[in-house]
Design a protein around this ligand. Structure first.
Ligand code: T3D
Length: 265
């Protein structure tokens, strides 16, 4: 029987999603796209899901678009922008809007859309042997999946230009030093560390975290005054959650808080 292109493991309070086309370094074909869209939608609809952990099977994280699906056909150019409309853009929008944290555990090379898929997650941790490649220039494409938006914000204009125009691999340790990702860990520690983060998030004040994500996203375009107003509005919402009441009670009683993650997010 053929292997499924995606593995979804229900953990206590979070989902572990594994891209599962290791023979092609987990490059995206249509079946993997459809499976990932369904898995993310299912996480979003499940109030008991309080984090998502995304990783890859085998030695790669994700090599972007499966190029065997893009072999030129007679009859004119392909509309590769159509794949962005159909799959990549909805995926990035949906991931960014999830009302709980997303963690990418980059276990190996992350290339093209695969690199930017990782950057679309809230927290990126990488194995020391992993690397990030804006591979698009090698095949005459432009960076997609939000790469031209994430990169200058994360590493600055000069590095974003060189990474995208040269398409050279960026080793994980340099990616950490440049602020592209949260941290690098030894290969053998990667999943343990990623799971530790997600277990933490599964017990966290989820609504407050969702509102924090909204505030940080809005800060990309707001001026300070607008951002201060937004923080007030979101703080009002966070302050009305049972988790805020529990957090204060637990602090005063000198015990660990027991957050439910409930409230409108
Ligand atoms: O068209 C649209 O939908 C628009 C959207 C585009 C989004 C994009 O992501 S465009 C960018 C597409 N990705 C790439 O250009 C990366 C292609 N891959 C590579 O450059 C290299 O594989 C890596 C640098 C990522 C890793 O190199 P290496 O030497 O570690 O591994 P390898 O030997 O090249 O790859 C291992 C196998 O995976 C190999 O198959 P084989 O020879 O063992 O049968 C290779 O062909 C396959 N593979 C790797 N990447 C892809 C792939 N097969 C299909 N598509 C791939 N993207």
């Amino acid at each position: 029987m053929a292997e499924p292109p995606l593995l979804v493991d229900r953990r206590a309070g979070y989902r572990l999603i594994t891209l599962n086309r290791p023979a092609r370094l987990n490059a995206f074909d249509e079946a993997m796209h459809r499976a990932l869209a369904a898995a993310v939608a299912e996480c979003e609809a499940d109030p008991s899901c309080r984090a998502v952990l995304l990783t890859g099977a085998g030695r790669g994280f994700c090599a972007g678009q499966d190029l065997t699906e893009r072999v030129a056909q007679p009859g004119g150019p392909q509309d590769v922008g159509g794949a962005l409309d159909a799959y990549y853009n909805p995926l990035v929008r949906r991931l960014r809007a999830l009302p709980f944290p997303t963690v990418a555990a980059v276990n190996g090379v992350a290339a093209g859309a695969g690199a930017n898929l990782a950057l679309a997650c809230d927290i990126v941790i990488a194995a020391r042997s992993a690397s990030f490649i804006q591979a698009f220039a090698r095949i005459g494409l432009v960076p997609d999946c939000g790469g031209t938006w994430f990169l200058p914000r994360l590493v600055g204009a000069a590095r974003a230009r060189a990474l995208t125009l040269l398409a050279e691999p960026l080793p994980a340790e340099k990616a950490e030093a440049w602020g592209l990702i949260w941290k690098v860990v030894d290969d053998a520690e990667l999943m343990r560390e990623a799971e530790r983060l997600c277990t933490h998030f599964a017990q966290a004040p989820t609504v407050g975290l969702a509102l924090t994500k909204r505030a940080l996203d809005a800060a990309e375009t707001n001026d300070l005054s607008a951002q201060l107003d937004l923080e007030r509005d979101l703080q009002r919402q966070a302050g009305a959650t049972p988790d805020f009441a529990e957090g204060v009670r637990a602090f005063l009683e000198k015990r660990p808080p027991l957050f439910s993650g409930r409230g409108s997010r």
